[in-house]
Design a protein around this ligand. Structure first.
Ligand SMILES: [Zn+2]
Length: 255
């Protein structure tokens, strides 16, 4: 039993332990090119949250990783078979109920450990922060904590070189052989402004990608995945330690 993982813990241990901070991994259930499992975002978020928490715990952080929420916002993939969408309003209700428990039981720090690009927690955190003023709620898209171009040659954001490398490192038995990998080729918008980033519209996944991937995975290796995973969990582990220890009256620099 890892003492910072709630799903492995028992009442004998939990009843006598106090935690300063909870971590909530949140993923999605969706197709990941031809070759990666539907739970890719859940597997990666849970593994990265657990490893980051392990590193923070070793330094003395009293932190507990909650079970991963396996469904995310997949509104743009409505016609992709068995992509399981939950709407942002549902996500907000689930998050509210989890925060209500933490707030009532005196765990006032929460980090949402997001593993899926379609999940957007900022507006939810703003609203729930008003409702639960004692709570400090932060979120990270964990995979963006480091500059990915320092580790990977090809860009992308779905089942691409980075995700394929991390899965090859974590659970190679769930990655299909390389001859099954699609090239993750994607169509841009025909309106330039939408490609420049300042004007946003949701992408209809089935119109932009044939294999559901976004970004070419062909140069992915387990070694690249391990290096990225080790470095990024070092960095996030440090942040978890700091957040778990910081006095909320001391959150801003002194003038
Ligand atoms: Zn993914």
């Amino acid at each position: 039993m890892r003492p910072y993982i709630l799903s492995e813990s028992n009442w004998d241990y939990i009843k006598d332990t106090k935690f300063d901070m909870a971590i909530l991994p949140w993923g999605a259930t969706e197709a990941h090119n031809y070759h990666l499992p539907y739970a890719s975002d859940n597997i990666q978020a849970e593994a990265a949250a657990s490893e980051s928490a392990r590193k923070a715990w070793a330094k003395g952080a009293k932190v507990i990783v909650l079970p991963t929420v396996p469904f995310g916002v997949n509104t743009g993939q409505s016609d992709i078979y068995l992509d399981i969408n939950i709407n942002p309003s549902t996500q907000s209700l689930i998050l509210n109920d989890i925060i209500e428990v933490l707030n009532r039981q005196g765990i006032y720090k929460l980090m949402i450990f997001n593993g899926h690009g379609g999940n957007d927690f900022k507006p939810l955190i703003r609203e729930l922060g008003l409702k639960y003023p004692k709570m400090f709620i932060c979120s990270t898209n964990w995979f963006q904590a480091l500059e990915r171009s320092d580790y990977f040659e090809n860009s992308g954001d779905h089942a691409e070189e980075m995700e394929t490398s991390v899965l090859l490192h974590l659970l190679p038995c769930l990655v299909l052989p390389k001859n099954k990998w699609g090239d993750g080729k994607t169509k841009k918008f025909s309106v330039d402004a939408l490609n420049e980033g300042w004007l946003w519209a949701e992408r209809k996944w089935s119109s932009i990608s044939k294999d559901t991937g976004v970004g070419n995975p062909e140069l992915a290796t387990a070694e690249k995945g391990k290096k990225f995973f080790d470095d990024i969990t070092d960095k996030i582990g440090d942040a978890i330690y700091e957040i778990s220890k910081v006095d909320m009256d001391d959150l801003y620099e002194k003038s």
